[in-house]
Design a protein around this ligand. Sequence first.
Ligand code: S3P
Length: 201
Amino acid sequence: MAIAKTTSCTMAKPPKHTKNISKASAKHIYIVGMMGCGKTSFGRKLARSINYPLIDTDTYIYQTIGKSITTIFEEKGADAFRKIEHEAILTLSRLPQAHVISTGGGLPCYHNNMDVLLKTGYSIYLKAEVPFLYSRLKKNQQKRPLIADKSKSETFHILHNILQERHPIYSKATLTVNAISATPASVLQILQQDIGWEWEG
Ligand code: S3P
């Protein structure tokens, strides 16, 4: 399904929330941001609206390794998980068909993975604050090794620290949008009008 053509938008310079990327290498649309910001659900809707296949890196790792993320953390440790994640994104970034790829929260922040994303596609940072993240994470905290078994105040503290550390890296994304209010349609409109994204049908 082709997305609706929008009227062209003349702008003196790109808006501040966008960054230029090499058009020759542009292909996938990556969704990045903190755990709990809604990457998978946003990615699913975005992929559906442009008829791109969707890959969630955590699911891909689970399917490839045959173990849950929690089990990989427990059995092999965080460093081993980050290496697996790096191999996964290298493989996925090279797929010849354009995909929407929803990434694990830490993925852009290890092994220069953010550079891989920037070189091989457009990236959308779903920006969210800690209370919003906590409200979405509290039901399934056990599935997130970084916050499993933590109290509410500990979880707030951990999320705050992780966000401080990762925000500068996430902010390198092609586009930063508010996780609460952004819609796939609004993101696609900016990608098309301001950034020159073209649908690869
Ligand atoms: C992680 C986020 C998780 C998962 C793993 C580590 C992180 O993905 O990759 O638990 O470091 O923030 P989601 O962001 O999809 O929850």
